[in-house]
Design a protein around this ligand. Structure first.
Ligand code: ATP
Length: 500
């Protein structure tokens, strides 16, 4: 039985699409889907790459001798043009060749020829094709490996090593551990899954539950290489946030929003929250707390990495990142400083409309995707963003995170004292809170840290006096940029809900 993906690809070809593009970092998986589709269609498969030329592939996936040799794409296209068969031609890494006007013209000419004889060219690339060629093609998404595929690769890798290794290879993985492993490896290509599992086995010639942290670490490193999504380790609880009672209450209510019971009750899964506010008041902290409180991994979208110097690459990066987040769902997707990522999307941008297009991609994805992904977007200055962002339906709520109130400041102080093994009841928290008016949470934390140093140097135990002295030395950011904070508050007044 062919997979759903192969059936969909077949359908695409049946509907007369003669130029198909598959953009993926997982070439192995795409090849597998193509082989299945070829079997469904009972046609001949040819495979071209610069290094291997054009080769006929038999039904077991084994290539024959090159039909067309050499690295020139035009030569392979010429062969395709001359043929009369209804074959499938996979062309790998065509992006650089599509910069050649001759190749582009050949592809245009081929479009109708292929359609007439029921043949198809599949472009298989890790990057985006240039716009003029991409427009000729229909995109086919192979997505990310399913849990079943990952499970299969784990089993295959284990069996292969056991068969070929001279040392006895053991496995003590229970069904539950296996499920956990599969979950951990979601979002990786099948090749990477194989690699990561193999290294975990070779380490001690066993696959055990102790390998889990190793798998998590390997995945984090691989994701690091992927660039724009970063897997963040989180170990916080709601009690680590001082103040922000409205926001905390709101998040608490939506905690079970992705569960089957909630769905059966008729609850729409939560989509996300936007937090606008004064720097250092706990927005990022909230993103971390949501992930750990809801037991979901936290993925941070790094806008800096999204922007690439090649045309089309940035949008591709964003699409890949969103696809990857989908494949790892349920997850919390954190878009930090969203205004910086898409700043020029609101005005006349100097980037040829790139940030506008990127922003459009993000907004329509936010509206359309149906995956259990909770977005936490943070911003320090939202007036730089286009108003569409605030439209209902994108985010469930937009919160304004202001400087902490006196009560919240006392809580923040208590939290940071406790974090440094000090008993908060030994300090006059309400009195101290009065002395750090206009301080952000981050500034209060910094004062506690500095006070500890001062007390340590004096060889005394930390007391109110040390903290007070640090408060006196601090010029809070809110005072230094009072105008900015004022206008932020004014902007947020009728547009946002107060987080505290
Ligand atoms: P920025 O906009 O500059 O990124 P932010 O609003 O995201 O700032 P955080 O990065 O969350 O602020 O705050 C920095 C640090 O300050 C936190 O890691 C935390 O230790 C401390 N902090 C800030 N606000 C609070 C709070 N309400 N409760 C407890 N700690 C806080």
């Amino acid at each position: 039985m062919a997979s759903e993906l192969a059936q969909n690809l077949n359908l695409l070809m049946q509907s007369g699409n003669s130029l198909v593009s598959i953009e993926t970092g997982d070439e192995q998986r795409a090849t597998k889907v193509i082989l299945e589709t070829v079997a469904l269609r009972k046609v001949t498969l040819y495979d071209w790459s610069m290094t291997r030329g054009l080769r006929k592939i038999d039904s077991d996936g084994v290539p024959g001798l090159p039909t067309v040799e050499g690295p020139k794409a035009a030569k392979a296209l010429d062969f395709i043009e001359q043929s009369t068969e209804a074959s499938i031609y996979v062309l790998r890494d065509m992006t650089p060749h599509c910069k050649d006007a001759f190749v582009v013209r050949m592809l245009r000419d081929l479009e109708s020829t292929l359609e007439q004889r029921g043949a198809t060219i599949i472009f298989l690339d890790a990057t985006s094709l240039p716009d003029d060629v991409r427009r000729l093609t229909v995109r086919f998404d192979v997505g990310w490996p399913t849990t079943e595929e990952i499970e299969q690769v784990i089993k295959q890798t284990f069996k292969k090593i056991r068969k070929t290794s001279e040392t006895t290879v053991m496995s003590t993985v229970t069904k539950r551990d296996a499920e956990h492993m599969v979950q951990t490896l979601r979002g990786l290509s099948l090749k990477d899954v194989g690699r990561v599992v193999a290294s975990a086995i070779y380490d001690d010639f066993a696959l055990t539950v102790e390998d889990l942290p190793r798998l998590v670490e390997a995945k984090r490193k691989l994701l690091g290489n992927m660039g724009s999504l970063e897997d963040i380790a989180v170990d916080f609880s709601v009690d680590d946030i001082g103040g922000l009672k409205n926001l905390k209450g709101w998040l608490r209510q939506r905690r079970g929003g992705f569960s089957r019971q909630a769905q059966e009750y008729g609850i729409e899964p939560p989509r996300g929250v936007l937090m606008l506010g004064v720097p250092g008041c706990g927005k990022s902290l909230c993103a971390k707390v949501v992930a750990s409180d809801w037991n979901m991994p936290l993925l941070r979208l790094d806008p800096g990495v999204l922007y690439q110097k090649f045309i089309g690459e940035s949008e591709n990066q964003l699409r890949q990142a969103l696809l990857q987040a989908e494949s790892m769902a349920p997850v919390v997707l954190w878009i930090d400083e969203i205004e910086k990522a898409f700043a020029s999307a609101s005005g006349d941008s100097s980037d040829g409309g790139l940030s506008q297009r990127m922003f459009g991609t993000l907004l329509s994805w936010m509206q359309d995707h149906r995956h259990p992904i909770f977005i936490v977007a943070t911003a320090n200055d939202i007036s730089a963003l286009p108003p569409e962002l605030m439209r209902k339906g994108r985010f469930d709520e937009v919160f304004f995170v202001d400087l902490p109130s006196a009560a919240a400041r006392a809580q923040v102080l208590g939290i940071h004292l406790e974090r440094r093994n000090r008993d908060p009841s030994k300090f006059s928290l309400p009195a101290l809170a009065k002395e750090c008016h206009e301080f952000s949470g981050a500034e209060i934390e910094q004062a506690v840290v500095s006070a500890l140093f001062a007390a340590f140097t004096e060889k005394k135990e930390l007391s109110d006096r040390h903290i007070l002295s640090e408060f006196k030395k601090t010029r809070p950011l809110a005072v230094l940029s009072a105008e900015k904070v004022k206008s932020l508050r004014a902007w947020a007044e009728n547009r946002c809900v107060s987080a505290d």
